[in-house]
Design a protein around this ligand. Structure first.
Ligand code: TA6
Length: 282
């Protein structure tokens, strides 16, 4: 294992400061409306805000400490999906591991900003590991306080592909909350779930391992640890109401979002929780 980091992160370069944070604008080089390489697996709207003013419409937003709108009084100051996805994280380290691939580590800790809406000390460590045909992302939550820390967590993957043919399985027999039908509860009857209609379903205790296919040639495996639920979302034409959704963007992605969202984690003081997903091109 070779650590590529220098004290404080990668050496400052034209595009990274000493802490290894690329100005968000630098990330703006990629636009999904450009001829993205066919191997591009994640969707980012060409109208996404990349300057930190809004959560990025695409990629893998981290939903923490809540998923969806605040559902408890203690979170009423939070915006939908919490603040982790729209905070500036600090760069931790980059590790080259011949077997595992290249990992980059990022840290978010409580601050005066977070304490305004979430008066709990915490430390989040997010690790992204890129290997051949595989992307692993892990979220570790440390309760650095003495009181229990309660939260939800979800990795809001925007997978790039033709939404008209997308299929997610196996979800047959799994109970779900249907946010398109005002939170109606139901059980999935289909062998494969498609998103040809406006779809926004939270499948609970769904098994933790899924295949997302864009037939005939693209199949992705999603394997998870400690993320027992999974949301499947595509807004279809309702997406045209999102200011940061490129025209027709909903035709080019499906969200398959592993999470711990049907209930809250309650982490005792000093405790540690982690959730992980391994995304593999089959
Ligand atoms: O994960 C699905 C969902 O909760 C949808 O209800 C929709 O709101 C989507 O997330 C996007 O949310 P955002 O706050 O990023 O616009």
């Amino acid at each position: 294992t070779e650590r590529l980091d220098t004290p404080g992160g990668v050496p400052a370069t034209a595009s990274h400061d000493a802490a290894g944070i690329a100005p968000l604008g630098a990330a703006a080089q990629f636009k999904s409306s450009d001829a993205a390489p066919p191997s591009e697996r994640l969707f980012v709207s060409s109208l996404a805000s990349l300057d930190g003013t809004k959560p990025v419409r695409g990629g893998i937003p981290i939903c923490w400490p809540i998923f969806g709108p605040p559902s408890r009084d203690e979170y009423k100051g939070l915006k939908q999906h919490g603040f982790a996805r729209s905070s500036v994280w600090s760069y931790g380290e980059t590790v080259l591991d011949a077997a595992e691939g290249v990992s980059a580590r990022f840290v978010l800790q409580n601050s005066a900003e977070t304490e305004k809406v979430f008066p709990q000390p915490f430390k989040l460590v997010y690790t992204v590991t890129l290997a051949e045909h595989q992307l692993t992302t892990s979220l570790r939550v440390y309760n650095t306080g003495a009181q229990p820390l309660t939260f939800q967590a979800l990795l809001h993957n925007y997978f790039r592909g033709d939404a008209a043919v997308a299929q997610v399985q196996p979800l047959k027999g799994i109970g779900y909350v249907d946010k398109v039908r005002d939170g109606a509860r139901d059980t999935e009857q289909r062998d494969t779930v498609d998103v040809r209609q406006y779809t926004d379903r939270v499948y609970e205790t769904a098994g933790g391992a899924y295949t997302l296919s864009f037939p005939p040639s693209t199949h992705l495996s999603i394997k998870t640890h400690n993320l027992p639920d999974v949301t499947v979302w595509n807004p279809q034409e309702t997406g045209s109401g999102m200011a940061d959704m490129e025209p027709g963007g909903w035709e080019r992605y499906v969200c398959v979002e592993p999470g711990y969202v049907a209930r809250f984690v309650s982490l005792p003081g000093g405790g540690e929780w982690w959730g992980q997903q391994v995304l593999t091109v089959l």
